[in-house]
Design a protein around this ligand. Sequence first.
Ligand code: PLP
Length: 342
Amino acid sequence: MDKALSRPAVVSRVSDLIGHTPLLEVCRTDTGSRLLLKLEQFNPTGTAKIRMARQMVLDAEERGLLRPGGRIVESTSGNTGLGLAVIAAERGYTFTAVVDHHAAADKLRGMKALGTELVYVAEDGDEELATAAREEFAEKLAAESDNAYFTEQHNNPANGDGYRPVAHELDAALDGRIDILIGAVGTGGGLFGTGGELRKTVPGVRIVGVEPKGSIAFGPPAHDYYQSGTGTPEGATIGAMVDYDLLDEGAKVGDVEAFATARVLARRIGLLIGGSAGGVVYEALTRMSSLPPGTTMVALVNDGGEKYMDTVFNDDWMNARHLIDPAVEREIDELLTKLRGN
Ligand SMILES: Cc1ncc(COP(=O)(O)O)c(C=O)c1O
């Protein structure tokens, strides 16, 4: 494995800026255990997902499934779409994103700005998550078009492969000293792509998945949730990248706790993270006090908070959906104080 991971001082494509994202130590306990956040919002488009978007396109080209001038089709909650939009622009493809209004408005606006054709499967004003309908529509659209390729992120091994470099970056930065990897599980590409590769050099690393309460990958009950881009809603197929053999533990975090964590972190340490990352960090923080001394836990932060100003960081939106609980925010604030010692 290349320990001297670095990027040239000058690059010529936006996609050359993918990766080499920083690690931020959020807390170190008096027993020497620490929580590090892998800040994937430092990638172009502000999310980890451009890593897999590039990999899916390169893989399709290599296998002759996407020819010059072709059209990429994907069902997306937005972050995969932003990544595909950049890669399509760079490589001369058109990109059609099949979306619903559950997606963050800024992700939809971002894709549009990058030249994406947006196709909605739900009525305007309908906030329902429409994952299954989106996927069905995207598949049909690609099948009916000439030289079109449905990247099918939930079922495409290139999704997981796109995250192998995350494992290399972590291994190089921490010199293999990583005990727990914790991350959100949607398609499963991010956590299991990283975790599977990391296990090759750090065989003892524990892999902990986090999904929203209401999501079904770690069991019932199913119900609606507001965390965007993550989880598997009822009616959708659990992603092929969700590798239960690699998983040591699957945890569920509610919207209230996930969003409260994102909001408290912003105020306390000046870091904006997205709602799904809020869930991951909540789960990580609650585990800190019971870890063996000297444990290093790395939490994968899928995206930054900037795309959620209309939702997670908007009190009116949050109150209208009964998602603010001051007692939960206080509890997280106190936990941070205890773990950080300030
Ligand atoms: C904000 C956000 N969090 C979490 C995830 C889940 O990542 P993965 O699909 O790699 O499991 C995604 C994926 O789209 C996402 O956009």
